[in-house]
Each structure stands twice: as structure tokens, then as C-alpha cells.
Design a protein around this ligand. Structure first.
Ligand code: ATP
Ligand code: MG
Length: 421
């Protein structure tokens, strides 16, 4: 056994999963275990299932040689040379990730000084840090995440090159970065991870629009941190967390700002501005992080439903209460209120009441709730025009409008209809 499982046990934490290293080749592993599946592109990994658990089994990797294919930045592209246990240890990223628990005699096998670093509570790369980050820039993200998880310090020599090399993250395929981001943010340490990524200049290469918003807008920082704290709290009590909600929060400040800009500069009706802003923000984000459509669609719905919380007259409130995405959208409204977004606290209270109070028609409506069609900040177009659109084409506002939007410019593929019907 190797990697996070051994490390976390030694640190007194409960391991998330178990990684196994072996001299057996993938085909041999497959013959031994009926429940084995071979996965992975850069190198083959055997997933062996035991009940609900999956053990990741990897064959000892051999030393890096000239035969390893690299790109011009030094990144290793293919990696299927097998080696000995000792060679495998030096291919791992941090010393504390290269500790092997040998079940033959219950000993810890340590080639890289990981036991000492555990004792010193220090995260240290094996080998020359710059070279190791160049081989695989994702190690910079792992450094921040694992240090926060264990509350260890990153060793000075391992920390020093990160800011300088941060832009190498641009070479990493967006799908791999998506997986890494989930580990970073669907975590109890989400908030500390965000701070760490920003401190080392890594974050701007992952979520540039969010980074910009955090730099310039205290409201954005409040919302994002609140979202990450809520996520951590849910994980602690075992409640489900969804990437759609997380990304909705991370990208909301950029989205809201863009809605406001488009309405102001191009004079579009709110519903049109919302669809266009969502497309632009998502397309921009997809260049870095590949957010699968099964998450980006509900994310747009969460955004698209926000304006519909404002107008509560007639049967609208009742219809919204039965919307399949109501719960997530309401939670998002609460998040906006908790983070102090102007005008949302009264709204959130009203919807909380509406859910416990039965008939929303019996709740008092403040006068502006009937007049405003949208809660987007800065939607200041002429009131008459908005009201007319709202009346004539009510069912095409917000997320519903997304369903009829032209597919052009939509980075995450064509629209499914029915997502909001
Ligand atoms: P956790 O499972 O808590 O996220 P982990 O360290 O176990 O942390 P995994 O992705 O499961 O992370 O990787 C298992 C082991 O594989 C690591 O402990 C490390 O030894 C090795 N490893 C993972 N990613 C890399 C990498 N990018 N470069 C070198 N070795 C790596
Ligand atoms: Mg692991």
C-alpha cells in the first residue's frame, strides 16, 4: 500500500481511498482479480473493486529516461516504462506520498525520507523541484491541497518555484484540471485551498474570471468564501455536494457583472442578456477547465432561476416552488443573502416562509416585488420595457430562455431542451 492511504493513516486522518503498488503488470493484475478494470491514458491503472471500494493498483514505474516523450516545457506525455519498487518511489511526487506499507511484515518502506518529513510536518518534493513541476505541473496544485489537508508546511525549496512556474498549468488538458479542481474545492479545506492557490498565483490560470472578481469586488469574495464554507460544512455532516452548485457560485460574480454590462451597453432585455452572459462566461471558462455538460446545464439553470425569485405575484411563486431545480436555486439565493448581496435578504426570508407557510399567495408582497422582473444587480433598463417583456413572454425569462437560445457560441455543446421544462 502506498500514497495517500499510508500518509493519512500516519497523520492520524481517515484515508479517502487506498492505492496499491505492485511488480505485477496490468494484464497480470487483471487475470488475478475478476473485478478488475484497466483505466488511464498516460499510464495504465488497474481498478480493483472490493464491494463499494475501489483500490487503485499501479505497476511500479521505472526511472525517467530519454525515451519518455516530453513537450517543449518538459512535461512528460507518455509513461509506461515499468521498474522496481525503489525506482517507483522516486517517481512519486512528495516524500510523504512515497511511503510503502508492506503487509508481509507490517513495516514502512521509505526510500525518499518521507518518515522524517512526516515527523517534521513538511511537504517536500522528491528530487529537483523545478524539474518535477515541469514534468507535471499538476503537482503544484497537489502541493497546496495536500499541505492544507495535513496542515503541513510546504518546504521552502518546494514552494519557491511555484509562482514562477504557475503558468505551466495552461499546458494541462482542461478535463484533468476539472478533476483536480473537484478535489480542491469539494473538500473541507476548500477555503484554505482557494487562499493557497491565490497566494501562489495558481488560481488565475484556473478560473481567471473568478480571480478578477475576487481581486476587485469584496462582494464576490464574500460570496465565494461563503460557498466554500457551506460546502465544507455539508461535507462534514455527510450531506451531498454538487459541482454544479459550486461552479455556479465560483462564476456568479463574473456572470452577474456581465449581465449588467450587456444590458447597459447593448440595451438587451434582461432575459437575453442573461443567456448571452452565461454563454460567454462558460465559453471563456471552458478554455481552462472542462466543466461537463451535466454540471454546466444545472449551473445555468440555477443562475437563470434567480431573477424569478423577485416577481412573486399571481401564480408565479407557486410555479417556481414546484420547479425541479427550485431547491438548488433557493439554496443559491440563500447564499447570495448570507454573503450580503444587496436586496436579497428580504427575498430569501420570503421564500423561506413560502416553503413552510403553504400557500405563497397568502404572504404579503412588498411593492417592488411586483414591479421588478429581475434580481440581477444592475439591470436598470427602462421599467416599461421590462414589464412588457415579462408580461408577454413570461415563460421565456431566465433559464427558460436558455432553452430557446441559438446554439452558436455555446462552448459546452448544443442545448438540450427539456432541462427546464
Ligand atoms: P488523495 O487520495 O488524498 O487525494 P493521494 O496522494 O493518494 O491523495 P492520488 O491521486 O490518489 O493522491 O495518488 C496516489 C499516489 O500516486 C500519490 O500519493 C503519489 O504517490 C502518486 N501520485 C499521484 N499523482 C502524482 C503526480 N502527479 N506525480 C507523481 N506522483 C503522483
Ligand atoms: Mg489516493
Amino acid at each position: 500500500m502506498v500514497g495517500g492511504g499510508v500518509r493519512d493513516l500516519l497523520a492520524g486522518l481517515e484515508p479517502k481511498d487506498f492505492d496499491i503498488a505492485t511488480s505485477a503488470h496490468p494484464e497480470q493484475i487483471r487475470k488475478l482479480f475478476r473485478s478488475c478494470r484497466l483505466v488511464g491514458r498516460r499510464f495504465l491503472i488497474a481498478h480493483v473493486r472490493f464491494g463499494d471500494e475501489i483500490a487503485e493498483v499501479t505497476t511500479f514505474r521505472g526511472p525517467i529516461t530519454d525515451s519518455h516523450e516530453r513537450d517543449e516545457t518538459g512535461r512528460i506525455l507518455s509513461d509506461n516504462v515499468y521498474g522496481t519498487l525503489e525506482a517507483d518511489a522516486f517517481r512519486r511526487d512528495f516524500t510523504i506520498n512515497a511511503l510503502y506499507y508492506d503487509i508481509r511484515d507490517f513495516s514502512i518502506v521509505d526510500f525518499a525520507g518521507g518518515v522524517e518529513d512526516m515527523r517534521l510536518r513538511r511537504l517536500r518534493l522528491i528530487g529537483d523541484p523545478e524539474l518535477r513541476y515541469r514534468e507535471d505541473p499538476v503537482r503544484m496544485l497537489r502541493a497546496v491541497r495536500i499541505a492544507n489537508k495535513l496542515k503541513f508546511d510546504i518546504d521552502h525549496a518546494s514552494a519557491e518555484p511555484i509562482t514562477r512556474l504557475a503558468s505551466l498549468l495552461r499546458e494541462i488538458p482542461p478535463a484533468r484540471l476539472f478533476d483536480e479542481l473537484l478535489k480542491i474545492f469539494l473538500s473541507r479545506d476548500a477555503s484554505a485551498n482557494l487562499d493557497g492557490l491565490r497566494r501562489y498565483g495558481l488560481f488565475s490560470h484556473l478560473l481567471p474570471l473568478t480571480d478578477e472578481a475576487l481581486e476587485s469586488d469584496p462582494g464576490a469574495a464574500a460570496l465565494v468564501h461563503r460557498a466554500l464554507l457551506n460546502t465544507a460544512e455539508r461535507i462534514t455532516r455527510g450531506a451531498p455536494v454538487t459541482p454544479a452548485f459550486l461552479f455556479a457560485a465560483l462564476l456568479w460574480p463574473a456572470y452577474a457583472k456581465r449581465v449588467e454590462q450587456i444590458s447597459r451597453e447593448q440595451g438587451h432585455a434582461p432575459a437575453i442578456a442573461q443567456v448571452q452572459a452565461a454563454e460567454e462566461v462558460i465559453a471563456h471558462q471552458q478554455l481552462r477547465i472542462a466543466i461537463p455538460k451535466r454540471f454546466s446545464m444545472p449551473m445555468r439553470e440555477i443562475w437563470g432561476l434567480q431573477p424569478r425569485f423577485v416577481n412573486r405575484s399571481g401564480g408565479r411563486a407557486k410555479r417556481l416552488l414546484t420547479h425541479p431545480r427550485f431547491r438548488a436555486a433557493y439554496d443559491f439565493l440563500l447564499l447570495r443573502a448570507q454573503s450580503g448581496e444587496p436586496g436579497t435578504v428580504e427575498l430569501a426570508d420570503w421564500w423561506t416562509q413560502a416553503q413552510v407557510g403553504g400557500d405563497p399567495g397568502s404572504l404579503p408582497l412588498p411593492p417592488e416585488a411586483v414591479a421588478n422582473e429581475t434580481a440581477e444587480p444592475g439591470n436598470t433598463g427602462p421599467r416599461k420595457k421590462r414589464r412588457r417583456r415579462g408580461g408577454r413572454n413570461r415563460r421565456k425569462s431566465g433559464a427558460e430562455a436558455a432553452d430557446i437560445a441559438p446554439g452558436a457560441g455555446d462552448a459546452d455543446g448544443d442545448f438540450d431542451d427539456g432541462a427546464d421544462s
